[in-house]
Design a protein around this ligand. Structure first.
Ligand SMILES: [Zn+2]
Ligand SMILES: [Zn+2]
Length: 215
């Protein structure tokens, strides 16, 4: 005999659950950090203005673990403002230190991009050592660095033209960030990336492969 309450499996989406953690298990400062009405405004360089529920605005520095409120300045506590900024960073509501909200130069999605340097999101970012294929020649190249210069601004002295005007680059966006690459299979096989001649490419000319060169 079947028990009626076992006949239908309840789906997960039917279960009511709070979005905030169970604040009864948290200490008072953490609970307040989650539940109080606060507005967090990023100021750059890891600093955030936090307008508290009381209406006062305090300045938090995440890199220095610092807040201008009395709870932190006088009592030396890790106050609710510091905790709230940490929560909002973890939840992706405000940018982490070193990043600002902006449109990615490559995929154009709004994201958190570096405060200084190329405005490129985490998905489109190129790391030193990333392996890519030159779409024009099929050559394998290795990323040396992603720059914040565009193809129409970067000048190639030896060719007496910009990266955008260089032969074979005319089909790629002139505002592409320039990527400096090296050829891993030419010259001295033992030479590391720093010792190899570097070449400037428009970002879109490179098809990045899902692998890295281990130096
Ligand atoms: Zn504080
Ligand atoms: Zn992107």
């Amino acid at each position: 005999m079947t028990h009626p309450e076992y006949t239908a499996a309840s789906s997960d989406s039917d279960v009511r659950r709070p979005l905030a953690p169970d604040t009864s298990r948290l200490d008072d400062r953490s609970a307040r950090a989650w539940t109080e009405a606060m507005a967090v405004r990023p100021l750059g360089y890891g600093r955030y203005a936090v307008e508290s529920q009381s209406g006062a605005t305090y300045l938090v520095s995440l890199p220095r673990s610092d807040c201008t409120c009395p709870d932190h300045e006088i009592r030396g506590e890790r106050c609710k403002h510091l905790r709230r900024v940490a929560i909002e960073v973890t939840e992706g509501r405000v940018p982490p230190p070193g990043k600002v909200r902006g449109d990615c130069d490559i995929c154009t999605r709004e994201s958190f991009v570096p405060e200084s340097g190329p405005a490129v999101c985490g998905d489109c970012w190129l790391e030193r050592g990333d392996v890519a294929t030159d779409r024009e020649t099929g050559d394998t190249v290795v990323v040396y660095r992603l720059t914040d210069e565009t193809a129409s601004k970067r000048y190639i002295d030896s060719a007496d033209c910009t990266v955008a005007d260089y032969p074979k680059n005319d089909g790629y966006p002139t505002d592409d960030p320039v990527v400096e690459v090296v050829y891993p299979f030419s010259g001295d096989a033992e030479a590391d990336l720093d010792e190899r001649p570097r070449y400037a490419f428009p970002y879109s000319r490179l098809a990045v492969r899902d692998q890295m060169l281990i130096e």
